[in-house]
Design a protein around this ligand. Structure first.
Ligand SMILES: OC[C@H]1O[C@@](CO)(OC[C@@]2(O[C@H]3O[C@H](CO)[C@@H](O)[C@H](O)[C@H]3O)O[C@H](CO)[C@@H](O)[C@@H]2O)[C@@H](O)[C@@H]1O
Length: 547
């Protein structure tokens, strides 16, 4: 009789079948390729938020990506199964704004990741850089500033301009407010990396920016001479809106929250190229008042120490196709050690945080699990994260795109979604052709293998991202929004959404409205004051203007 572990794949197949037939005629999942190992089937842990259990995205799991892709497509085509691939973005995509490069983008959210409009305006936040400043698109990261865009809420995508109709509002952190003090040392924030913005009270205008402050050390010529120091940071501000526009105040002080400790999360002394960034906070609906943060990290320990284990490989006992631990270590895979980090807030103002052990590790699998987010649906806790083909360890492979893991609570044995592989939606990629990088893609690779990145899953399964490279055209603008259908541990790209699966460019709708009438009236008065002061500089004219 089949035991529980053996039954799981059959159950998954059955679920997949009913899921696929329930949403229409989309391509069925490709069958596994003979010779590729089945993953170890995880046993679900009981929900235990205080436990120190770290789930693993194993090599056996990640092997399923290739096992479920097509080994015989023509070179340069897409070998991923259709339901896990983002449709082709046309090369003639519109720009959100020709004067600003835009990449990682997030929305105004409350503690449960609902997306709020503010007094009739939708608002988004993006990493931005100046395309006219003399550096290349790939050099933009060290110049990143958090900017914001806004547009009127409630207008259907097909009634908006092709580029989404977003109005650029400028930088969030004002000029001259780039000083940060950490552990008694004052330094200058040289780049602002991702990234989330939380509306603290859905009836007010206080907002908390959680972001990664990056301090790149530069020589006199302005060249970077050492890797950056990353500090996960909070900065508080206020959102304002009148009839004509949206603006922000505050963000002049920065509260350092977390720097990697070298015990749970790798630090700069252990690896100068450590990954530590991209905070996303949420309140656990099963534990009201308890706030967590997920972030991108690496497993602590000195770079280059070959200490992955059989548990990181994850093969079933007796698997005839399993790699040996020695083979994996000999390949150098131990240089890749991503984690999804976790911290818990110690105070209601979210200004003090304590590290907890990682939620998921990807030791000997991948070095970067970026922009993690927690997405709760029907009592399931999903962790979505983005990763690159270029950051996979030797011997495992997958596309640039979004990956997902599902559990029953914050501490779970998170299951990689979609046949245990973890892949949720990749760029069209030929996994039979060796990878290039975003800087120098393999010319035989699918020309859209780097079309989009930095996917963020929004309420209703909508996914926004930015365009990186389509054919030979670079992006720096918002991608068409796509929609995922998510059922249990399966997902698929909904090809009935928009035009063949592609919705509007930068279609990032709010699903909640913050109507702050008192704040709105105050903002109207304040605007009058500013206008009047600009003209006469007197408070009398403000009183007159407000009457
Ligand atoms: O700009 C930094 C923020 O961007 C994130 C996620 O998008 O990190 C991306 C990362 O760069 C890679 O992604 C690029 C696509 O945008 C790609 O062109 C490049 O080849 C990749 O290196 O940025 C750092 C620095 O380059 C790299 O380690 C990341 O993978 C996010 O995590 C950052 O907050």
């Amino acid at each position: 009789m089949a035991n529980e572990r053996q039954k799981r794949p059959m159950l998954k197949m059955a679920l997949a079948g009913s899921f696929i037939s329930s949403i229409g005629a989309q391509t069925a999942f490709a069958q596994g390729v003979p010779g590729f190992p089945l993953p170890t089937i995880h046993t679900q842990q009981a929900y235990a938020p205080d436990a120190d259990f770290t789930s693993r995205w194993t090599r056996a799991d990640a092997m399923q990506i290739k096992a479920h892709s097509n080994p015989s497509v023509a070179a340069g085509q897409n070998s991923l199964p259709g339901q896990l691939v983002m449709p082709d973005i046309p090369e003639d995509f519109p720009l959100i704004n020709p004067d600003v490069w835009v990449w990682d983008t997030w929305t105004l959210i409350d503690k449960h990741a609902n997306q709020f409009s503010y007094n009739g305006w939708e608002v988004i936040f993006s990493l931005t850089a100046d395309p006219n400043a003399g550096y290349s698109f790939d050099e933009r990261h060290v110049h990143a500033r958090i900017g914001f865009f806004y547009r009127r809420a409630g207008i259907p995508a097909d009634k908006r301009p092709a580029n989404g109709g977003w109005i650029y509002g400028g930088h969030i952190i004002p000029e001259g407010a780039q000083e940060q003090v950490f552990a008694g040392t004052t330094y200058t924030i040289t780049a602002e990396w991702s990234g989330s913005m939380r509306l603290l009270d859905p009836n007010g205008n206080q907002v908390s920016l959680f972001y990664t402050d990056m301090a790149f050390n530069r020589n006199a010529a302005g060249q970077d001479i050492t890797p950056a120091q990353a500090v996960i940071t909070q900065s508080l501000g206020q959102i304002h809106a009148d009839f004509n526009h949206v603006w922000f105040t505050g963000f002049t002080t920065h509260t350092p929250l977390l720097r990697p400790d070298g015990v749970l999360y790798q630090n700069g002394a252990q690896n100068p190229f450590y990954n530590f960034r991209d905070p996303f906070t949420f309140e656990d609906p099963n534990h009201p008042g308890v706030n967590y943060m997920v972030f991108e990290g690496n497993t602590a320990g000195q770079l280059g120490v070959p200490n992955c284990t059989d548990a990181d490989l994850g093969y079933r006992p007796g698997d005839p196709n399993a790699e040996t631990l020695q083979q994996v270590l000999d390949s150098g895979a131990y240089y890749q050690k991503a984690t999804i980090g976790l911290a818990v807030a110690e105070d209601a103002s979210l200004s003090k945080w304590t590290f907890l052990p990682p939620l998921i590790s990807a030791n000997c699998v991948n070095d970067q699990t970026e922009r993690p987010q927690v997405y709760i649906r029907k009592d399931k806790y999903y962790i979505f994260t983005i990763s690159h083909r270029s950051t996979y360890a030797p011997g495992v492979d997958g596309p640039d795109g979004v990956y997902g893991f599902v559990g029953n609570g914050i501490r779970s044995d998170f299951q990689p979604m979609n046949y245990g592989s973890g892949l949720v939606m990749g760029n069209p990629t030929d996994l039979n052709t060796p990878a290039g990088t975003a800087f120098a893609p393999n010319p035989l690779q699918n020309p859209r293998a780097f079309q989009s990145y930095s996917h963020y899953v929004m309420p209703g399964g909508l996914v926004e991202s930015f365009i990186d490279r389509v054919e030979d055209r670079r992006g720096g603008t918002l991608s068409p929004t796509v929609r995922l259908r998510i059922r249990s541990d399966m997902s698929m790209v909904d090809l009935r959404y928009g035009n063949g699966g592609l919705g509007g460019y930068g279609d990032i709708p709010a699903n909640r409205a913050d109507i702050n009438i008192a704040g709105f009236i105050q903002d109207l008065i304040t605007q009058n004051m500013q206008v009047s002061q600009g003209t006469t500089g007197s408070v009398t004219s403000f009183v007159n203007a407000a009457q």
